[in-house]
Design a protein around this ligand. Structure first.
Ligand code: ATP
Ligand code: MG
Ligand code: FE
Length: 397
């Protein structure tokens, strides 16, 4: 079954054509990152206008790339929530209109289910251009990507820009909520902390890069690559819930201290022999305090990854699953992938995550999720409206 998927929940406009929920014929994404970079985050009003400008060209390009005619498409699917109302409206309206015009079944897709179903997509040989940021050994962990359908029951860690949830899936489209964030989402924490550190937007890739560069710098200086910044972890023991706002506040205080030290000419920063060795190493980067920013970024990344990985492993053990999936933008994080691998491999639990280009927002994952709903004959009426606060359809137990 060929599904045309449309994604417009935030600041990416996507169209994709996917066969049987797995095989990619085309995947086109127009990103607005460069526009929102200026503001340090997504401006909803701007995002919806850009969606409007991009949507039709993106869909046309996808059809061309797939060498598809309209007659080949069997279902139209579009994200209807969660996300920004104005942005969602663009893709949903276009999707419903196309379905009506072509007399095709229409399916509204939950964006979070789509992130999960990115794990069913097979990588395409020519789309596998590695992110420049992930060169230099970092994409070694990409090898852990095993093509093939995930096996139930499984634990899925959904970590995206606005959500952080630990979910048990016993079957297709069957979700049991085990835990969720009580404040910031993981991606949101990455974005806010990157802003605090002056690393730009989007924060996840920026923090990953800064952390890696700082660690490389230390290696070059033959200094120990042990991070002097030890940041707090909110374990919330006895639950699978997360909390990242305390970590964010700790980062704010540390960063403020760093700036104050720089301004007053005090050595950077206080906190042990190892740190003072870094400050006396005299390199250009160290003088500018960049290594310290990078080490702060690394300390933050380590703290967030630690909690996510340990709680996910505990859930996998409690529910006796053989497989763990990662989903959402933060699933692109190399440290998270590596740390989870470390937790799970000794237990014989298989970790799977989508290739980088399917972790952040795209329409291929929307088409994939739609396929598994269509298998049960599901479709939506054309009066389906956007649901900006939609959550995963959790089962009650
Ligand atoms: P949601 O899916 O919850 O509605 P969203 O669609 O805005 O939110 P995604 O597109 O899934 O979020 O992911 C974007 C988020 O992923 C951003 O917060 C970004 O910082 C984060 N992210 C992207 N790459 C990385 C990375 N390498 N490391 C950590 N975080 C990353
Ligand atoms: Mg985005
Ligand atoms: Fe998303």
């Amino acid at each position: 079954m060929l599904v045309l998927g449309i994604e417009s929940s935030c600041d990416e406009t996507g169209a994709a054509i996917v066969k049987d929920g797995r095989y990619l014929l085309a995947n086109v994404v127009a990103s607005q990152t460069e526009i929102h970079e200026r503001y340090g985050g997504v401006v909803p009003e701007v995002a919806s206008r850009q969606q409007l400008a991009a949507i039709l060209p993106v869909i046309e390009t996808a059809l061309q790339q797939a060498h598809c005619r309209w007659e080949d498409i069997e279902t139209v699917a579009a994200t209807y929530g969660p996300g920004l109302a104005g942005s969602l409206l663009v893709g949903l309206t276009v999707g419903k209109t196309l379905a009506l015009a072509r007399d095709l079944p229409f399916l509204g897709v939950n964006h979070l289910e789509a992130h999960i179903y990115a794990n069913w997509l097979r990588p395409t040989p020519d789309a596998a251009t590695p992110d420049a940021d992930l060169q230099s050994g970092a994409n070694e962990t990409e090898c852990a990507y095993l093509p093939g359908d995930p096996l139930f029951p499984l634990i899925c860690l959904v970590v995206s820009g606005a959500h952080s949830e630990l979910v048990l899936m016993r079957d297709h489209t069957d979700y049991l909520l085990l835990g969720r964030t009580r404040d910031d989402a993981a991606g949101e924490a990455f974005d806010k902390v990157a802003r605090i550190l002056g690393l730009g937007y989007p924060g996840g890739p920026a923090i990953q890069r800064a952390a890696r560069l700082a660690e490389e710098e230390l290696r070059q200086q033959r200094l120990p690559v042990r991070n002097p910044y030890r940041l707090p972890r909110a374990w919330l023991r006895g639950t699978y819930d997360f909390s990242f706002s305390g970590l964010k506040t700790a980062m704010l205080h540390l960063a403020e201290g760093l700036v104050a030290d720089q301004q007053s000419g005090r050595p950077l920063p206080s906190g042990g022999r190892q740190v003072s060795r870094y400050t006396t190493m005299g390199s250009e980067a160290a003088r500018r305090g960049q290594v310290h920013i990078g080490l702060l970024a690394a300390g933050f990344q380590e703290a967030i990854v630690d909690v996510l990985a340990v709680k996910t492993r505990m859930a996998a053990q409690e529910y006796h699953v053989r497989q763990v999936l990662l989903a959402g933008g933060v699933a692109a994080n190399v440290a998270l992938r590596a740390r989870l691998e470390e937790e799970l491999t000794p237990l014989g639990i298989r970790l799977q995550y989508p290739p980088i280009e399917f972790c952040t927002d795209n329409a291929a994952m929307v088409a994939a999720a739609a396929f598994f709903h269509r298998l049960h004959g599901e479709e939506h009426d054309l009066d389906l409206d956007v649901e900006p606060n939609l959550s995963l359809p959790f089962r009650q137990e």
